[in-house]
Design a binder for this molecule. Structure first.
Ligand SMILES: Cc1cc2nc3c(=O)[nH]c(=O)nc-3n(C[C@H](O)[C@H](O)[C@H](O)COP(=O)(O)OP(=O)(O)OC[C@H]3O[C@@H](n4cnc5c(N)ncnc54)[C@H](O)[C@@H]3O)c2cc1C
Length: 489
């Protein structure tokens, strides 16, 4: 059966029997702040042509990977005629003009996007940091252009320390306030000038003038935070429960063959550097001059018994699977809010039966492989994923290839841990905090500090093995309870 592409009416006639699961809590993923309506005096809305992300990216075989071609980039420059008309109304106020830093604003928007910045809006974090005086409008657009320009400049050579002075000539003088704002934000929040290159190590202060911070956990999060805080002048101590750093990243060296002359490194935990353009670990690897091996896109499938799957059937089922995902996306649009109560698994299975896309045993096996691959990508069962939100993180995917690091990711851990004061075998069981500082207790030892940064895994927090005194605020407790964990991560 090869049904025509469905229309809304067609959907309404389908015998859909969805198995609802308990409604999800309201969406908690930080969403980029939408630009409020432009003020009456502003130029035509500069956000009108900003990017959209309509296509679910997680359908790909293997680890899902974003392709740059799926983006539409902003046209930062409104038609000249509109600008002129506006200028007539307003008079020549240069603060109301969109600036031109160079001709590469689209490429720089792509770089900013791969670093986690939406091209058309500020992040929640930027809004909290008050990077602009007014949200929306021209000042914000100019800020975004400058911010993207600085990020792009650093990404050209991540081994150097970029200074504000490098941009004084390219950014018009009336926007130097925005340059200050963007540069200070990016440096203090660790979006540029971070890592393990010599030029960054040289910026570490000789003495620490700021507060004492105790970091709990020496995984990638704890080590990165400890380095950044140290560079900013904080005195840091890391308490780690295990005898080693790295947490869920652990490279094991294996030897074998005659006289143990063959050796190999195997990552027992985190192994794939996903999206190495945006991923800070990709930047560390570049700074260290490590080669990266791209994970191939090829993903041949084998049937039970080790026979390669018939290519025609493979392609047919993959196409059908992707088509069902498209149908699920369209159904979600039609259902609106109600789709929150429908699982992606139920929608796919219903469509599969209705459209008879996978009918014989081998086709169903292949179809199930795609379902399993999607579950792997989402770290959750399809029956537990909401049709409404299952791909809500697609816009935040990091750009670039997925790669392996020869020798294992332990090499990154080693570089991050260099000169970081870590106390091992200190399993923290109590954290007292208040306005006069913190006490972090491991066994019978009490560590006093001004602040504590707890980077233990969500599962540890869920288990309640660390007692917080006073108890954590309710919104944090709710978050710890509601956010799920799966076996792989
Ligand atoms: C098998 C596996 C495969 C994975 N594959 C990938 C992959 O291919 N790509 C990818 O990007 N990610 C992968 N991940 C996920 C990735 O490894 C993690 O997201 C990342 O390492 C988490 O780092 P973290 O610092 O947040 O936490 P962790 O690495 O868990 O670090 C937390 C640290 O806190 C310590 N700790 C815990 N409790 C206490 C306590 N009470 N007191 C003191 N210390 C404590 C722990 O010992 C640990 O060292 C994988 C994970 C696993 C397990």
């Amino acid at each position: 059966m090869n049904p025509p592409s469905p229309t809304p009416d067609e959907f309404s006639s389908l015998p859909l029997e969805f198995v609802p699961y308990p409604p999800l809590p309201p969406q908690t993923t930080p969403t980029p702040i939408q630009t409020p309506p432009a003020p009456a005096f502003a130029l035509p809305n500069p956000n009108a042509a900003f990017p959209s992300f309509p296509i679910p990216k997680k359908r790909r075989r293997g680890r899902p990977q974003k392709t740059q071609t799926s983006f539409h980039f902003p046209q930062f420059f409104p038609p000249k005629a509109a600008q002129n008309q506006q200028q007539k109304k307003l008079g020549p106020d240069i603060s109301e003009e969109i600036i031109v830093i160079n001709k590469e604003s689209t490429n720089e928007a792509l770089t900013g996007l791969s670093a986690g910045f939406p091209a058309d809006s500020l992040t929640d974090e930027e809004i909290d940091a008050r990077v602009v005086t007014n949200i929306g409008g021209i000042e914000q657009v100019n800020y975004i252009l400058i911010r993207n320009h600085i990020i792009a400049k650093w990404r050209e050579n991540v081994n150097v320390w970029v200074t504000k002075e490098m941009f004084l000539n390219s950014v018009p003088i009336h926007c130097h306030g925005l340059l200050d704002s963007a540069y200070d934000y990016l440096v203090s929040h660790g979006y540029i000038n971070f890592g393990v290159s010599q030029s960054i190590k040289e910026r570490f202060p000789n003495e620490y003038t700021k507060s004492n911070v105790i970091v709990v956990g020496a995984g990638l999060a704890g080590l990165s935070a400890a380095r950044q805080l140290t560079r900013l002048g904080f005195k840091v101590t890391v308490l780690e429960g295990r005898k080693r750093a790295g947490g869920r990243v652990y490279t094991m060296r294996m030897e074998g063959g005659a006289g143990n002359r063959v050796s190999a490194s195997v990552d027992l935990g985190g192994s794939v550097l996903t999206g190495t353009l945006g991923n800070p670990l990709g930047i560390l690897a570049r700074q260290l001059g490590f080669l990266m091996h791209k994970v191939r896109d090829k993903c041949p499938l084998y049937s039970v018994g080790g026979r390669p799957v018939d290519l025609d059937m493979d392609m047919k089922v993959e196409t059908a699977f992707n088509r069902l995902l498209d149908k699920a996306s369209r159904l979600r649009q039609l259902m609106g809010d109600v789709s929150v109560d429908v699982s992606l698994g139920a929608a796919l299975e219903t469509f599969r039966q209705v459209y008879e896309d996978a009918v014989n045993k081998e086709e169903i096996n292949l179809f199930n492989w795609h379902c399993a691959n999607l579950e792997y990508a989402n770290a959750g069962l399809l029956s537990k994923l909401s049709l409404a939100f299952w791909d809500q993180d697609d816009p935040y995917d990091m750009g670039g290839d997925h790669c392996f690091l020869p020798g294992g990711n332990g090499r990154l851990v080693q570089a991050l841990a260099e000169n970081v004061p870590i106390l091992y075998e200190k399993t923290v069981h109590t954290i007292r905090y208040g306005s006069d500082g913190v006490q972090v207790i491991a066994g019978s030892q009490v560590f006093d500090g001004d602040m504590v940064l707890c980077t233990v895994p969500l599962g540890v927090l869920k288990s309640g093995s660390i007692k917080f005194i006073p108890e954590l605020p309710q919104r944090k407790l709710d978050g710890i309870k509601k956010v799920g964990i799966w076996t792989a991560e």
